[in-house]
Design a protein around this ligand. Structure first.
Ligand code: HPA
Length: 282
């Protein structure tokens, strides 16, 4: 499988998707671990398995269905990625972010990214939602950046500003909607690790010190590529587990725990996203 892609290859994937649906969505949504059922809310959906789309990376972990659901939600045309591929599955940074490039070519202007994340703040509990205000690109600092390589200036700038990666107006809108719905919504900083190991207690103490509120293994590469392509980004973490800071008998992090929390998170996330979609055009 290819590690890097050309604009022609992104276009090939976009053309395939366009040939399989009449919808022309301007809103894209990426659903994280255990959040796939959210796509069931879409009306009259066209469904495209990732394996049929040229170059699309296919998720291999449970909780990631691996198909595009394109249809109507709250009167808007949306393109939903039901599951994502991760770096830890063996894909390159360019492979895991190819779907975002393709969305851009399809006309998506607003990207809503979701994930399941570990809570780093003592007051977080599983099932909480956190609006991402900013991120720490820890894997990027270690050299894993999806923009590494030759830059095609028709796609975006060589050196990308990331000072307002998470759109202030979209964040304000999400907070307004949450308030109206009486839905608790934390705000905080997401830090991206490569995974697939969960963190040691020392990792967790370090992540807290550097200013992170939630930790996960996705999202940041996608947001970088979305910003590179000039998309507006809204990011929401579903807190699926609370970080373990002291080793304790019988207490450990697991993917099952993450998927279970998804069941709690999905109804809350649906209400929030419905409200956001209703008001997006205003
Ligand atoms: N750590 C990293 N990634 C995660 C976690 C976690 O605790 N929970 C869900 N994704």
């Amino acid at each position: 499988m290819k590690d890097f892609f050309t604009n022609e290859e992104f276009t090939e994937a976009a053309d395939y998707i366009r040939s399989r649906t009449q919808y022309r969505p301007t809103i894209g949504l990426i659903l994280g671990s255990g959040l796939s059922p959210l796509a069931d809310a879409v009306d009259n959906a066209d469904i495209i398995p990732y394996e049929n789309i040229p170059y699309f990376p296919i998720p291999s972990v449970e909780g990631h269905v691996g198909r595009l659901v394109i249809g109507r939600l709250e009167g808007r045309d949306v393109l939903i990625m039901q599951g994502r591929a991760h770096y830890y599955e063996g894909y390159s940074m360019q492979q895991i972010t190819l779907p975002v490039r393709v969305m851009r070519l399809l006309g998506v202007e607003t990207l809503i990214v979701t994930n399941a994340a570990g809570g780093l703040r003592p007051d977080f509990t599983p099932g909480d939602l956190m609006l991402i205000t900013d991120h720490i690109n820890l894997i990027g600092m270690a050299g894993l950046n999806p923009l590494r390589g030759v830059n095609d200036p028709t796609l975006g700038p060589r050196f990308l500003d990331m000072s307002q990666a998470y759109d202030p107006a979209l964040r304000a809108l999400a907070l307004r909607v949450a308030k109206e719905l009486n839905l608790p919504l934390w705000q905080g900083v997401y830090v991206c690790l490569a995974g697939p190991t969960f963190e040691t207690p020392a990792d967790i103490r370090f992540l807290r010190i550097i200013g992170a509120d939630a930790v996960g293994m996705s999202t940041v590469p996608e947001v970088i590529v979305a910003r590179h392509g000039g998309m507006r980004v809204l990011g929401i973490s579903g807190i699926s587990n609370v970080a373990i800071t002291e080793p304790e008998e019988g207490k450990e992090a697991s993917h099952e725990e993450v998927l279970q929390a998804g069941q709690m998170l999905v109804p809350r996330l649906i209400s929030l996203l419905r409200g956001v979609l209703q008001r997006l055009g205003e």
